[in-house]
Design a protein around this ligand. Structure first.
Ligand SMILES: Nc1nc(=O)c2c([nH]1)NC[C@@H]1CN(c3ccc(C(=O)N[C@@H](CCC(=O)O)C(=O)O)cc3)C=[N+]21
Length: 282
């Protein structure tokens, strides 16, 4: 079974991005990423840390705001309004989930769609549905980047997406539909998940439950893209029991070291696109 490592994909995208940034560095251009973290969700803190570190290493500026778990709606809104109006802020990453007292859907839709790098706003989702250019959610884009990097054909293939979240399941299904796959979306109410999975040439696992899928449920030769990032006995594991795929799947992404390690670079590509979108003459 071929291991679809995210690092090779991230490195290829980073190399192309570094070239673009080199050209901008000569013009003393400062491109700032706004990172908004509210509360103490562990995964959100981890991602904010990865994102800030990678952004600074690549030469971007970062304005990171960590608000306490008891922050008020007004305090969170104030940061988004400030960044919407700030010329040097080209993109914003509002980490999810936010604490229960915050209306995060309202916060997301307050964000200017031109700075919505993670494709969370209603307008960005609408662009995905219409197949229009714009900021599509980064994790689905990372899945597609991995399939492209390893030359895995999608057109005409049976794809089963497991999970129907707004940030992964639904957008990735639409993006694969856009590439002429035949897509089935399975979820917690699907009657016979194993039977559906057995039809799949490509499986996108985006459930958020450790090892909910194993090799007995996979068609021999299928490709498995595992979006899950779960804790199990102190380790990070995916939605798929990776070891059980051996001898069954033809290729699969590991967790960690698969999709997760690509999303950071995809978001920073969007940050650079946002700069060019606003400075078309450059
Ligand atoms: N608006 C928003 N967008 C997100 O995309 C988002 C979010 N909020 N909130 C938090 C979750 C979590 N998340 C991760 C992405 C990559 C890794 C990652 O790079 N993981 C590495 C290492 C994992 C490990 O070593 O534990 C890997 O999979 O190789 C982790 C976590 C994005 N999130």
């Amino acid at each position: 079974m071929k291991e679809l490592r995210g690092k090779a994909v991230a490195d290829a995208h980073k190399a192309a991005l570094a070239k673009k940034l080199e050209a901008l560095a000569t013009k003393q251009v400062v491109i700032t990423l706004g990172i908004l973290l509210v509360g103490d969700d562990k995964a959100a803190h981890m991602y904010a840390h990865f994102m800030e570190k990678t952004a600074r290493t690549m030469g971007f500026a970062v304005d990171r705001r960590d608000l306490p778990a008891m922050a008020t709606q007004a305090e969170v809104e104030a940061v988004i309004r400030e960044w919407n109006a700030a010329d040097t802020i080209y993109g914003v990453l509002p980490l999810m989930p936010m604490p229960a007292q915050i209306d995060s859907e309202y916060i997301v839709d307050l964000l200017s769609p031109d700075k919505d790098l993670d494709g969370l706003t209603t307008q960005s989702i609408g662009r995905v549905i219409r197949g229009k250019r714009g900021f599509w959610p980064c994790t689905p884009r990372a899945c597609i980047a991995i399939l492209d990097h390893y030359d895995i054909p999608v057109a005409g293939k049976e794809v089963v997406v497991v999970g129907r979240s707004q940030v992964v399941g639904k957008p990735v299904a639409l993006m694969l539909l856009d590439r002429n796959a035949t897509v089935t979306i399975c979820h917690s109410r699907t009657a016979d998940l194993a039977a559906k999975l057995k039809q799949a040439d490509i499986v996108i696992a985006a459930v958020g439950k450790a090892h909910v899928i194993d090799g007995t449920m996979i068609k021999p030769g299928a490709v498995v893209i595992d979006v899950g990032i779960n804790e199990l006995d102190g380790h990070t594991v995916g939605d798929v029991n990776y070891a059980s795929l051996d001898g069954i799947a033809s290729a699969a992404t590991p967790v960690p070291g698969g999709v997760g390690s690509v999303t950071t670079t995809i978001l920073l590509e969007g940050l650079c696109e946002a700069y060019y979108a606003r400075n078309v003459d450059c």
